[in-house]
Design a protein around this ligand. Sequence first.
Ligand code: NAD
Length: 421
Amino acid sequence: SSATTPIRATLFPGDGIGPEIAESVKQIFQAAEAPIEWEEHYVGTEVDPRTQSFLTWESLESVRRNRVGLKGPMATPIGKGHRSLNLTLRKELNLYANVRPCYSLSGYKTRYDNVDLITIRENTEGEYSGLEHQVVRGVVESIKIITRQASIRVAEYAFHYAKAHGRKRVSAIHKANIMQKTDGLFLKCCREVAEKYPEITYEEVVIDNCCMMLVKNPALFDVLVMPNLYGDIISDLCAGLIGGLGLTPSCNIGEGGIALAEAVHGSAPDIAGKVLGGDVASPLFEILEHFDPMFLPSFPGLPNNFNIQICSGGSSIIRWPLVMLRHFIESGITVRLAVQFGGHGLMGYNLSHGSQGCNLANPTALLLSSVSMLRHLDLHDKADRIQNAILDTIAEGKYRTADLGGTSKTTEFTKAIIDHL
Ligand code: NAD
C-alpha cells in the first residue's frame, strides 16, 4: 500500500468516553500522516429492523466494504427487542478470532518487565454457543460445541499471525485430558495446521498449568491459541500482567479478512463527558422535563460535582428543576446525571457547558488498538512510529492520565504523544 492512496477504515467512536478517545486517535493519525481515511459511524438512537440492533445496516456495510475498522466502547442499552451491539458485530461480521497483544509498557511498572505475548481466542463457539437448558428440576445442562471448521480457522489465523509477526512459538491451551472429545478435536486441528508451519515451534499446554506458568514467568509464552472460554479468562489474566484493561488493545478478525480493532475496556460512564445540547444531552433534557420543578435550596455550599439521580417509573431520589440544571451547567459546574430505569443503573453522564467531555479518559488502549489495525494493514513503519510515541510518553512519566496515577487530561496526554512522534 503506498502512502499516497489513503485506505478507508470504518470508525465507531462508540459511547461514553469513546468519542473523546477516538478524537485522540484521529489527531495522532493525522500528525503521524497515517494514510487512513476514517468513515465515521455512530450507534443509532433506535433499533434498525434490518440488524435488530441499534447498529445500523449501513455501519455494518461500511465494515464489510472497508474490511478494516476501529471500534470504541459501546454501551448496549438495557431493554427487550434488540440484540447487544457487540453480539451483533460478532455475528454479522463473523468475527471468529479475538487477538490481544500484551506487552510490558516500559515506564509503567508492574510485577513483570518482560511480558510480550499474544492471546488468540476462538470467538464463535465453545461454551458460548448459548445452548443451555434444564434437564429436570435441579439439573441443568450446557452444551459446549467445538467444530473442526472453527478450530482449523482459528489455528490457521494463529500460525499465520505468528509467521507474519516473526513469532517463534504457538501454544495451544486446552483441557483435553478431561474434555477429551471437544478439546481433543481442537488440538487435533491445531496439530494439523502446525505441520504446515515447520519453522514455528508448536506445543500444547493444559490450561491450569498455563495459568501457573503465566503468573510465575510470562516470558515462557509467545503466541497462545485457545477455545472461547479459556480465551476469555486467559486474555484478561494477561491484561492484568501489564497493568490492566485500560492499556490493552485487541483486534477481532472476521470472515474474508475483516479486522475490527477495539479497546478492551467499556464506555467508562463515570468519567465520560457530554457536550451540552449535543445528541445525548437533548434526550436527557427531555427526560428532565418530565420532573416537577422543585424549590432549590441555596446552593453556594454545593460541591462542584454532585449526583442527580432519576428513576423512571419510581420516584426520583433527588429532583432538581431543569432551569437550575441549565444554570449550573452554564456557570461551568459539572453536573453528573445518572439515569436509572427499573432500579438498574443505566447510564451516567456528566453535563458540562461547552466542554468536549470530562477529558479524563486514557486513550492508550484504543490507540494501541489502532496500532494493531495499522499492523493488520502492513503499515508497520506508521505503527512503530505511533506505538513508540505512546510508549515513550508513558515511560517519560510527565504526562499520564489519572488512571495511571497522573494528572494529565486526555488532550494533554494526546498532545504529548504528538510531540513524541
Ligand atoms: P468500564 O471499562 O467502562 O469501566 C470500568 C472502570 O474502568 C471505570 O471506573 C472506568 O472509569 C475505568 N476505565 C475504563 N476505561 C478507561 C479509560 N480508557 N481511561 C480511564 N479509565 C477507564 O466497565 P463497566 O463500567 O463495567 O462498563 C460500562 C459500560 O461499557 C457498560 O454499558 C458495558 O456494557 C460497556 N462495555 C462495553 C465493552 C465494549 O464495547 N467492548 C466492553 C466492556 C463494557
